[in-house]
Design a protein around this ligand. Structure first.
Ligand code: ADP
Length: 522
């Protein structure tokens, strides 16, 4: 993920009105429809205090949550510091023995109730996601369905935590391998999927019998607090699920508590590789278990044999979902010479036809703003670097308002350009031409991270060969959107440690205990 700043520059001209922004490729903002959007202060599920030990608690100060599309303040949220974080850790620790002792079925039933509540309140939850992250409503609704699906999945998996009975080498001994919850888990999450990145971790943790303290991203605490409200309604016991929101300024001190307190057994983080390394170092002193979902730099490889229309629709989905702000987003498009012109031509047309910028609450919007100005600056810097090194802008390339950046198509891209070396985390689609499979693999694997990769081909041998050789943890073959709770999500190299979702996700919150029953009468 990109590095995101603490300060959110406001866009005063956007406070008055937000224009319906233009189609990609059109020359300037359309004067057509003008309408402003705001989040109702009485929105259901809007909570602004921290949730610790089953209580809503205020901190000494509050920090603003801004709508990234307008710069308007939509709420002020309790700004927790190390004292509140410590209280939350203590509460989780106190709640741990009884949550651990609850039967798997009891935990499963509560997770299922929580899932049902998310499903029932999906529109209200989606609205919070849109207003705090900028995402179009349709995508926010998908995110809530996705977030809920982890609670459903892990409510089911909770009952399938089997240990082993192992054949013993000695007649008078029996060997058992038990799976037990690790204890208190600190969960630190990003802003790009403010709801799903929490449930993907917390569903597994609670199912395993762990209790948690969640520190949501400073940009998007409202979704986390809404989840707490619904957890309470579902009957999740006090102290099992705690949320300590805080500003970017307080984040290092809160992070310090969450990653170093001896009562915490495990940290689970999704965010940038740079921050992940900081947290891992802090957790090392007390040898905590760690799960890390870090940055990606996904190659999207289109071979000559590909179905070009499928490749184009896969590219659109994989690149422009959430305006390119996902760690599995395609970051580099490698297209073989024989199909290059057709692919680029059709892709440009699809961008013209399908992408509309605007406020996420506008039903016509497919592309919201980037999370803040710094995110927009990074995209524009990559565009100008590429152009200075010989790339051509076929679509977009400009900032419109505030952190709105035009979806951008760059061709004649080469591997010396910034956009092929670092994660963009924005709507920039750079296309590199290649000749041979070997060349594509060399470029694709030339990275210190490896999260997702995409392959478009109709040659079955090639699909297998390339999928096996790609140095990533997730491969989409002729498919641009892959995430689902049934599958394992995780990266290789510096993209992280461990897997989330799937039947393996719960293992991240379990420890194996070897129990030997000895001196039996043979
Ligand atoms: P991004 O740059 O995309 O915001 P980050 O990795 O910086 O990605 O942020 C992801 C999450 O990590 C956020 O919740 C953020 O507040 C948190 N974070 C960043 N630095 C620290 C830190 N030192 N300790 C704890 N959490 C941190």
């Amino acid at each position: 993920m990109s590095v995101v700043c603490a300060s959110h520059a406001r866009h005063p001209f956007l406070l008055l009105l937000l224009r319906r922004l233009p189609r990609v490729g059109s020359p300037g903002p359309s004067p057509a429809m003008r309408r402003s959007y705001s989040l109702d202060a009485s929105a259901p599920l809007l909570r602004t205090r921290a949730y610790v030990d089953g209580r809503w608690v205020s901190a000494a100060s509050a920090f603003p949550v801004l709508d990234p599309a307008t710069g308007q303040e939509i709420a002020r949220v309790s700004d927790c510091g190390p004292a509140e974080a410590k209280r939350a850790v203590d509460a989780a620790y106190r709640a741990s023995p009884s949550w651990k002792r609850a039967t798997a079925k009891e935990r499963s039933v509560l997770l299922r109730k929580w899932f049902d509540l998310l499903t029932r309140h999906k529109e209200d939850l989606a609205k919070l996601v849109t207003f705090e992250s900028g995402k179009p409503m349709k995508e926010s609704e998908s995110e809530i369905a996705y977030a809920a699906s982890f609670l459903e999945w892990f409510s089911e998996e909770a009952r399938r935590v089997y240990g082993d009975v192992v054949p013993s080498p000695l007649r008078d001994r029996k060997i058992f391998l038990l799976k037990q919850p690790v204890g208190v888990a600190s969960i630190i999450t990003p802003w790009n999927f403010p709801s799903a990145m929490i449930t993907r971790k917390v569903g597994a943790a609670l199912a395993a019998g762990c209790t948690v303290v969640v520190k949501p991203a400073e940009d998007t605490p409202l979704s986390a607090l809404a989840l707490a409200e619904l957890a309470e309604q579902a009957g999740i016991p006090a102290g099992v699920f705690n949320v300590v929101p805080c500003s970017r300024e307080k984040t290092p001190a809160v992070g310090q508590v969450l990653c170093t307190d001896p009562l915490v057994a495990k940290i689970s983080f999704t965010g940038s590789t740079a921050t992940g390394k900081v947290l891992l170092k802090m957790a090392a002193d007390t040898v905590k278990k760690a799960s890390m979902e870090l940055g990606g730099h996904a190659p999207f490889i289109v071979f000559d044999s590909a179905d070009v229309d499928r490749a184009v629709s896969g590219a659109m989905a994989s690149k422009f979902r959430n305006s390119g702000q996902a760690c599995v987003c395609s970051n580099r498009f490698l297209v073989q010479s024989g199909i290059y012109e057709r692919f680029v031509d059709k892709l440009g047309r699809a961008m013209d036809a399908e992408l509309r910028l605007g406020h996420g609450a506008d039903p016509g919007t497919t592309q919201g703003p980037l999370i803040n100005q710094r995110a927009a600056d990074k995209v524009l810097q990559q565009v100008s670097d590429a152009v200075s090194r010989g790339a051509t802008v076929l679509r977009g390339g400009k900032r419109l308002h505030g952190s709105f950046v035009e979806p951008t198509l760059l061709v004649d891209v080469t591997t010396d350009m910034l956009c092929t070396k670092e994660e963009t985390f924005g709507p920039l689609l750079p296309v590199i031409r290649f000749s041979t499979e070997e060349e594509a693999l060399t470029v694709a694997n030339d990275s210190n991270v490896g999260l997702a990769g995409y392959v478009y081909s109709q040659d079955v041998s090639q699909m297998w060969r390339v999928s096996e050789l790609l140095e990533v943890g997730i491969v989409g073959v002729n498919e641009g959107l892959l995430s689902t709770p049934e599958a394992a999500f995780g990266g290789v190299k510096e993209s992280g440690l461990g897997s989330e979702g799937s039947r393996y996700g719960i293992d991240e919150y379990l420890e194996l205990k070897y129990m030997c029953l000895g001196n039996l009468q043979p």
